[in-house]
Write a protein that binds this ligand. Structure first.
Ligand SMILES: Nc1nc2c(c(=O)[nH]1)N[C@H]1C(S)=C(S)[C@@H](COP(=O)(O)OP(=O)(O)OC[C@H]3O[C@@H](n4cnc5c(=O)[nH]c(N)nc54)[C@H](O)[C@@H]3O)O[C@H]1N2
Ligand SMILES: Nc1nc2c(c(=O)[nH]1)N[C@H]1C(S)=C(S)[C@@H](COP(=O)(O)OP(=O)(O)OC[C@H]3O[C@@H](n4cnc5c(=O)[nH]c(N)nc54)[C@H](O)[C@@H]3O)O[C@H]1N2
Ligand SMILES: [Mo]
Length: 783
């Protein structure tokens, strides 16, 4: 008889009471380096991160202070570098001893632990194993499959945001010369709502601030972001702001500990005296997706207060001069605000009126306000209206295009912004395509292509048959997991350019390739000359990055080499679909030539090679910062929006009452998107496990359960498909009623493919209507 003792929870819950970073972070860094067996020579890579002559940190897109001379310590940057610098290897032997079916049994965490990929591999159906393939054969296979398609739109080219400007530019050149605009990319799941929302208000889909503005801001509104985990270096900036006396407000359903107090590892005195700096002085906890109503309420309150001072003859609160000279649409917008109902805004935001009024006072007192935001604003149905409403609020007091003030979307992947800038865009503008035609002398496809969600649907319907991934983990990062798996498995060919093994390599098409590549930390020599690649950070600074570590294997090729070989094999010199031979070998021999051609397509990259050679690089022009408005009217636009009442969530709530929960899916402290480094989420007090649900104690009571109980989760979506994820432990947490939080990617099976942000197509990963029912502890204890 088997031992029938039920499994015990794999970890424990222990609320965190210390400041963010500090010694805790240092301890974790040491543990990580040990676990990854980072060798002595590779230690030095930690100190070359974000240095003028080092590499750009592959962690997040937060900018650096002039790529400063001191080592900018960042716990999660170290984890990202350690993960890439690991001495563990996935060899041909490894694949020979594991079938794909066996590997599929391993968790994402276990797959990550095998280390770096070392040589190209091809899937062999007879043995259900990956077997060695030569680079030459691999490229020939890609070419054959692409050439065999009836139409170029039967292929999709995914990009994850680590690809450099050079790799991304070549990739889009290849796919467009081949004949498609099918560019699903991670930004479709990330800041797409920002990229779609801001052009309609300020004329460009990017942030308007630089680090210099942080030095001058007196008020910072941090919406839906967890910087202590996802952008740790941002905390250093916020620390300086707080010490200068700036007011920092955190607007987040969770009171993230990392925004409360911070001990800066950069400041020895703070470390030695175990002291810390308070960061946020005000915490507003809207309900999930309630930011739209909250921001609209702030705008309405501002208008009301302005009416009052007008009557009293006091100083106006609206920046009338700015509104008159720089904007259009204010009258209609103000009219809509006046008509809006207070009770509705309060109800929808989940924030009491007194708090809204207090926050409005903070906003009004600010002379120079920066609003930052992350995934908490971008992954909802109403994300585009929310971001436009935030832009409206900022325009009312002229807080855009002025020193110390502005919009600051905080991007995710280290080059996700740059990839978009250089053409990874499924909806390209005519002007850009015209330029491509002029410079490269071929007719690029004009009709728009598929984004992430459309690509999955198209693969599932058999319309896309070849999937190429330049980095990332498409199968795991995307919504509706079982459907996405089926979609990928119905492809003729799946190709992944990757540094480490992940589940996407195992959820493969009829034929499949894993093409291992150099990471950003590694030396990339072409023709005997070390090559640098360039990236654009979240504040539009472009700089060059040189790897310093010895490559993980001699057989690795750079992403640029892989893309150019695929292109050359597919398009040939005039053969295949390409009507013109492009200079593929020249590009891979000398990356400066790619930059020369980027400059020909995009005017703002003038003198590209010269300007990135300067330490710290250069700032790419952001018109709305100047301020110049690239909108139809030539001015910034106020855009009114109504509170949307008949939503799937509202309908589900009518049906299920208070049992209906809205779920957000977020990152733990020890993960990088789908890469799970370890099983802790230190600041939220979760250790050794990931299958948890953060929930209000009153909701636990309402369900007739207690903290520590296990539940199953089922989505409420009216397409008849059952979506479920089972076995999560309830953790009582300070989160608004009716809202729950859990980690991504475990919860992705719950996100319906058709649940997306209006106008952006982003999966609504932060607002999924779900029901909880009693469940049992999983065999692995909820790891
Ligand atoms: N170490 C590490 N760094 C990373 C990443 C990583 O996984 N690990 N990922 C990178 C990537 S690609 C990205 S996009 C960024 C992501 O960085 P973040 O934008 O910080 O992303 P999340 O971890 O998803 O956290 C979202 C935050 O929004 C809050 N939130 C959720 N819903 C709402 C809402 O409706 N309203 C408001 N106001 N807040 C809400 C959550 O409580 C949480 O604090 O980080 C990047 N950096
Ligand atoms: N439910 C839910 N889903 C989400 C989110 C959420 O908050 N909730 N967030 C969304 C967001 S913001 C994003 S950005 C996506 C992320 O989606 P992706 O970008 O697809 O996922 P990552 O986990 O960042 O990709 C990690 C893989 O990239 C490969 N890799 C790492 N470095 C390199 C490199 O230098 N070159 C190459 N070629 N490969 C490399 C490794 O093989 C690694 O396994 O997920 C999205 N999905
Ligand atoms: Mo992201």
């Amino acid at each position: 008889m088997e031992d029938s003792k039920p499994p015990a929870p794999a970890g424990k819950i222990e609320p965190y009471t210390h400041p963010a970073a500090g010694w805790g972070a240092l301890k974790y860094v040491a543990l990580n380096l040990f676990k990854e067996r980072v060798s002595g020579v590779n230690y030095k890579s930690l100190f070359a991160q974000n240095q003028p002559d080092g590499f750009d940190c592959p962690g997040c897109a937060w900018p650096d202070r002039e790529h400063g001379s001191t080592f900018e310590f960042c716990e999660n940057g170290v984890k990202a570098v350690a993960a890439e610098s690991t001495s563990k290897r996935v060899t041909a032997d490894f694949f020979a001893t594991h079938t794909v079916a066996e590997l599929l049994q391993q968790s994402d965490y276990e797959l990550e632990q095998h280390g770096r990929l070392t040589r190209p591999m091809r899937y062999d159906a007879d043995s259900d194993r990956y077997v060695p393939v030569s680079w030459h054969e691999a490229f020939a296979l890609v070419a054959r499959e692409l050439q065999a398609l009836d139409h170029p739109d039967q292929a999709a080219f995914y990009t994850s945001g680590r690809a450099s400007n050079e790799a991304a530019f070549l990739y889009q050149l290849f796919a467009r010369a081949y004949g498609t605009n099918n560019f699903p990319d991670c930004s479709n799941m990330c800041h797409e709502a920002t990229s779609r929302g801001l052009p309609g208000t300020v004329g460009i889909g990017k942030g308007t601030v630089t680090l210099d503005d942080f030095e001058h801001a007196d008020t910072l509104l941090i919406f839906g972001q967890n910087p202590a985990t996802n952008h740790p270096r941002m905390l250093g900036e916020l620390r300086e702001c707080a010490r200068r006396g700036a007011t920092i407000v955190s607007i987040n359903p969770l009171r993230e500990r990392g925004l409360e107090r911070f001990t800066s590892p950069q400041h020895p005195v703070e470390m030695l005296t175990m002291s810390s700096t308070p960061i946020s002085s005000m915490f507003i906890q809207p309900r999930l997706g309630g930011d739209f109503a909250l921001i609209k309420a702030l705008a309405k309150r501002l208008l009301e207060l302005d009416d009052h001072v007008q009557l009293d003859g006091g100083k106006r609160l609206l920046d009338l001069d700015f509104i008159a000279h720089h904007t259009t649409g204010f009258q209609e917008f103000a009219q809509d605000l006046r008509m809006e109902s207070w009770p509705l805004l309060i109800e929808e935001s989940g924030v009491p009126r007194e708090e809204i009024e207090k926050l409005a006072q903070v906003y009004i007192r600010g002379e120079r306000v920066i609003a930052t935001w992350g995934m908490g604003l971008t992954q909802h149905k109403n994300s585009v209206p929310t971001i436009q409403m935030l832009s409206n609020l900022m325009l009312m007091r002229g807080n855009i295009g002025r020193r110390g003030a502005g919009l600051c979307p905080v991007r995710g992947h280290s080059n996700v912004q740059g990839d978009r800038t250089v053409g990874i865009e499924e909806r390209p503008t005519e002007a850009f395509l015209d330029r491509m035609r002029e410079v490269f002398d071929f007719e690029p496809p004009r009709h728009h292509g598929y984004d992430v969600v459309a690509t999955i649907a198209a693969m599932a319907e058999g319309k896309v048959k070849v999937f190429v991934g330049l980095g990332g983990n498409f199968a795991v990062a995307t919504p509706d997991t079982p459907l996405t798996y089926k979609a990928l498995q119905s492809c003729e060919l799946t190709v992944h350019v990757a540094t480490k093994l992940n589940r996407s390599h195992l959820i493969h098409g009829r034929q499949a390739l894993i093409l291992p590549t150099l990471g950003r930390t590694e030396i990339d020599v072409q023709n005997g000359v070390p090559q640098g690649v360039t990236v654009e950070d979240s504040m539009s600074m472009v700089h060059i990055s040189y790897g310093i570590n010895k490559p993980a294997s001699e057989e690795l090729l750079s992403e640029i080499a892989i893309v150019s070989h695929m292109a050359e094999a597919t398009l040939g010199s005039g053969a295949g679909r390409g009507r013109h031979a492009l200079a593929w070998p020249d590009y891979r021999d000398d990356y400066a030539r790619i930059r020369d051609d980027i400059e020909k397509v995009f005017d703002d990259f003038y003198d590209y090679n010269a300007r990135v050679a300067v330490p710290g690089g250069f700032h790419l022009k952001v018109a709305s910062r100047e301020p110049e408005w690239n909108t139809a009217s030539g001015k910034a636009q106020f855009v009114p929006h109504a509170v949307e009442r008949d939503t799937p969530i509202a309908r589900a709530r009518i049906r299920y009452g208070e049992r209906l929960m809205v779920m957000m899916t977020t990152r733990s402290h020890d993960q990088y998107n789908t890469t799970i480094y370890a099983l802790d989420d230190r600041y939220r007090g979760v250790f050794g496990m990931r299958r948890v649900i953060f929930i209000n104690q009153a909701d636990i009571d309402m369900l007739g359960m207690k903290a520590g109980d296990w539940v199953d989760v089922r989505s409420v979506w009216d397409d008849g498909v059952e979506r479920r994820a089972d076995g999560f432990m309830l953790v009582a947490y300070d989160i608004p009623r009716g809202c729950i939080g859990a980690y991504y990617p475990e919860t992705n099976p719950l996100v319906p493919l058709s649940s997306v942000a209006d106008g952006a197509g982003t999966p609504t990963s932060k607002s999924i209507p779900v029901l909880l029912s009693p469940g049992v502890i999983p065999a692995n204890g909820g790891k």
